[in-house]
Write a protein that binds this ligand. Structure first.
Ligand code: ATP
Length: 298
């Protein structure tokens, strides 16, 4: 019986982790790797990223057999460009991120990076090339330095500090009693939502991946912190291919392309101005968010 329960337990843990967002995918995958649900094909080659061009071609997927979540989604993100995905809650936005990381295999269509089907490359090399700044960052009960260095095994203290500067969290750390050795967590330093996001950005800078997924937090930070984080993210996004899963439209007006996902399909696409002109779902979401923002200010 114990043999039956152990995998069930593990599944439960993986599921809870997913529910919290795209938390610490790397660690989670190590877990899942042992379960070997998604495995390398025998002839798997390393992924070679040249431009970082990401293509979804008629992708279909469902977590359960009778409940399709993505019903034929196509888009192309040229290397170095930013694609934003918006749409109602439950539309499948985070699912797109999970599929790109190959947490699950697609059931139809394909996903490729620089022309290489991600289902046919070595998973390790796929995940080395993709960084995720998740909605909620899990911090370990360890030092702040350890928490940043987690982005790349073997990072030197100098590299950790450079990443912290890039994520604009160095000054905050340097002001702590034991600077990078300051303990965080239960009995240590408690970080705000914005500070945690900066730790996630610093980890990503250490990893230095050509492709980046930004999973925007649902809960709003105060507007000044938000603006500062956005500025940092813009710096980090330069020279990389970026997919932003956005909840607040105000953060993605500059995206090269915006895809509006609805009921598992691409309902609209274009840049901010052209989507407003289409006067459809996006324009409606924009008007609603603008009205909400005005109410908050009043
Ligand atoms: P939100 O804006 O609320 O974060 P989303 O557009 O990112 O939503 P997804 O997280 O991609 O939506 O979820 C799409 C659908 O898939 C939802 O109906 C969700 O309940 C379902 N779903 C997500 N993860 C799983 C899972 N592990 N098992 C079964 N169903 C799932």
């Amino acid at each position: 019986l114990a043999q039956l329960f152990r995998p069930l337990d593990m599944l439960g843990m993986v599921y809870r982790t997913i529910r919290q967002g795209l938390i610490d995918m790397a660690a989670m995958f190590e877990l899942v790797d042992q379960k070997a649900e998604v495995v390398d094909v025998p002839s798997a080659q390393p992924l070679i990223v040249s431009e970082g061009r990401v293509k979804f071609d008629n992708v279909r997927f469902g977590y359960e057999a009778n409940r399709p979540i993505l019903k034929g989604v196509s888009f192309l993100v040229p290397g170095g460009k930013t694609l934003a995905i918006v749409g109602p809650s439950g539309a499948g936005k985070s699912t797109i991120a999970r599929l790109l990381f190959r947490f699950y295999d697609v059931t139809g269509g394909s996903i490729s990076i620089d022309g290489q089907d991600i289902g046919r490359v070595q998973q390790r090399t796929l995940r080395e090339n993709i960084g995720i700044v998740p909605q909620d960052t899990v911090l370990f009960n360890d030092t702040i330095g350890y928490n940043i260095a987690y982005g790349r095994e073997g990072a030197t203290p100098e590299e950790v500090e450079a990443a912290a500067r890039g994520a604009a969290i160095h000054d905050f750390v340097a002001a702590q009693p034991d600077d990078y050795k300051t303990q965080v967590g239960e009995r240590g330093l408690k970080l705000s939502g914005g500070e945690k996001q900066r730790v996630a950005i610093a980890r990503t800078l250490l990893k230095d991946p050509p492709i980046l997924i930004l999973d925007e937090a649902t809960s709003a930070l105060d507007s000044r912190t938000e603006a500062e984080i956005q500025r940092t993210l813009r710096d980090v996004s330069a020279q990389r291919t970026v997919i932003v899963i956005a909840h607040r439209l105000s953060t993605i007006v500059d995206a090269d392309e915006i895809v509006v996902l609805n009921d598992g399909r691409v309902a609209e696409r274009g840049n901010h101005a052209s989507l407003l002109r289409q006067n459809g779902l996006y324009a409606e979401m924009w008007a609603r968010q603008a009205a909400e923002a005005e109410m908050e200010e009043a």
